[in-house]
Write a protein that binds this ligand. Structure first.
Ligand code: C5P
Length: 236
């Protein structure tokens, strides 16, 4: 047995919760504020789904989908105050990834254990100094069970659908509130009901219902907890 000291792992803030709850915005702001790296794990499931759709791989062919996930040629190009640009095999795919077709396909491929296993190490590789903000469904329970701070956000399905509706309308896109509520409910029950890594808060997570909170209030809450948990210069 070697007595060599173990390298210290970079700290992680795990942020989990259902679709449309505001994790993405919170994580982007935390990463900017703290100067930490960002993992958008949902994008990896969306990328797997997009690559599978492009190659006409059936969304229930677990072995083939796991091979697609393992072989993803993806690049996240970080930029301050903006979501990272996402390249799949050198092509910019950010807009396609955010569409409902990709979202629904992602939640189907994400239910397959072999796909989740194929993406596990790729997610852990994002853990680099000075720290990582990890956004997903199972960050605190499966991918980074030793995260120094675990946050779990929630909000009613109606409120989450309304936020998505406003976002789409602001972009000048057509949107139907009722079908957004239905889509969110369908995705929630698939994500929470699957056998492997279901959406659930870790036992040691700090839970916040954001239904009636602004993004600034949610950020303040998260920064206050982070300042208490980690030893960095005053940030909140
Ligand atoms: O977070 P986002 O909406 O981009 O995630 C897309 C889908 O990927 C989710 O509906 C969920 O099924 C899946 N996902 C997951 N585990 C994660 C992140 C996302 O199963 N850590």
């Amino acid at each position: 047995m070697s007595d060599a000291p173990k390298p210290t792992l970079a700290p992680v803030i795990a942020v989990d919760g259902p679709s449309g709850v505001g994790k993405g915005t919170l994580c982007q702001r935390l990463a900017d504020r703290l100067g930490w790296h960002l993992l958008d794990s949902g994008a990896l499931y969306r990328l797997t789904a997009l690559a599978a759709l492009n190659r006409e791989v059936a969304l229930d062919d677990e072995a083939e989908l796991a091979a697609v996930a393992a072989g993803l040629e993806v690049e996240f190009v970080a930029s301050r105050d903006q979501p990272p640009r996402i390249l799949l095999a050198g092509m910019e795919v950010g807009v396609e990834l955010r569409g409902e077709t990709c979202a629904a396909a992602a939640s189907r491929v994400a239910a397959l254990p072999a796909v989740r296993a194929a993406l596990l190490q790729r997610q852990r590789d994002f853990r680099q100094a000075p720290g990582l903000i990890a956004d997903g469904r199972d960050m605190g329970t499966v991918v980074f069970p030793d995260a120094g701070l675990k946050l779990f956000l929630n909000a009613s399905a109606e409120e989450r659908a309304m936020r998505r509706y406003k976002q789409l309308r602001e972009k000048g896109l057509d949107a139907n509130l009722m079908s957004l509520v239905e889509e969110i409910n369908a995705r929630d029950s698939r994500d929470a009901g699957r056998a492997v890594a279901p959406l659930q808060s870790a036992a040691d997570a700090e839970v916040l219902d954001t239904t009636s909170l602004s993004i600034a209030e949610v950020c303040d809450w998260a920064l206050r907890l982070a300042a208490r948990r980690f030893d960095f210069p005053k940030i909140a």
